[in-house]
Design a binder for this molecule. Structure first.
Ligand code: SF4
Ligand code: SF4
Length: 294
């Protein structure tokens, strides 16, 4: 029986406890299915799941994109490359063609439209992916974009290549709903949206829900710091028929455990079963039958 879903954990904004939920879920599921869980940290601009799971990461690979290099002895200064670029990463100014590699997405459009083949695509390193295992045997993959680089998406894509069909894959998505978050959740079986019960949290949650709907990814909600705000998130989810998967109360002990670098599942044994039940609910809701450790 297949229980190897790909689950993204996302949030409309940073600091809502998304990584705490992703890592806690990974630990709880690994206790039920040892060695059958992987955590992929797709928050490549600020990866921090390693602080809670303490992996050893002996292997790493660089991530490259293709950027243009212009042979000015061939270029006829027609400007077609600059017109084709959606990122203002190449410009023709007077007699010069300037490139701005840190803005380039590596889409290849400029080389494609160049009428005289003056553009060669060369590798540019934009980040890296590190791989290893946590002490309890969770496979761990972490992407990291180079400091100052604008392009997180190629690194997120490189992390996603490590999704294993035969493992439960938990993806810690970047905060917000921009391209890197969308790149992370694309094709996931389910997306857990983490929010806080405040008006600001609700507005961000609405955007994240709309993104999941647009991308056809089923979703449910985890309310973190339950008790700090109002009932707006609950009432909205009720009205929209969205499942609240779990509530994590605002407790000093939870914040203290987080600051010690511990997940909920590490610090509070009573959280392991609810996290496992949340996964069972997700399996049922996406129509996959849970297995018993096969
Ligand atoms: S590869 Fe794409 S993003 Fe980069 S300069 Fe060319 S057109 Fe612009
Ligand atoms: S499209 Fe080619 S020929 Fe035209 S300006 Fe760009 S590099 Fe030069």
């Amino acid at each position: 029986m297949d229980h190897s879903l790909t689950i993204s954990v996302a949030a409309g904004k940073g600091g809502t406890g998304k990584t705490l939920v992703a890592t806690s879920l990974a630990v709880a599921l690994n206790r039920r299915w040892p060695g059958q869980v992987q955590l992929l940290d797709c928050d490549v601009e600020e990866p921090n799941a390693d602080i809670l799971l303490h992996p050893e990461l002996p292997d790493s690979e660089p991530v490259f994109i293709k950027v243009p290099e212009v042979d000015m002895s061939v270029c006829i200064r027609c400007g077609k490359c600059a017109e084709a670029c959606q990122f203002s990463a190449i410009a023709v100014i007077h007699q010069a063609v300037l490139t701005f590699p840190e803005l380039c997405s590596g889409c290849g459009a400029c080389a494609y439209v160049c009428p005289v083949d003056a553009i060669t695509e060369i590798n540019r390193n934009v980040g890296s992916v590190a791989m290893g295992r946590t002490p309890e045997g969770i496979q761990f993959v972490q992407g990291r974009v180079n400091v100052g680089d604008q392009r997180a998406t190629p690194v997120t894509k490189a992390v996603r290549k490590h999704i294993a069909d035969d493992l439960i894959s938990i993806l810690d998505a970047p905060p917000g709903t921009a391209c890197p978050m969308q790149e992370t959740i694309e094709g996931s079986d389910y997306c857990i949206l983490v929010t806080e019960p405040t008006p600001f949290g609700l507005e961000n949650l609405k955007e994240a829900m709309a993104t999941c709907r647009r991308m056809n990814v089923p979703y449910g909600v985890v309310i973190n710091r339950d008790g700090i705000g109002d009932r707006g998130v609950e009432e909205y989810c009720d009205r929209e028929g969205v499942q609240i998967l779990m509530r994590i109360p605002q407790q000093r002990e939870v914040a203290e455990a987080y600051s010690r670098g511990e997940t909920l599942a590490h610090s509070f044994t009573e959280w392991v079963e609810p996290l496992q039940r949340m996964y069972d609910y997700i399996i049922a809701s996406v129509g996959v039958t849970a297995g018993g450790g096969d």
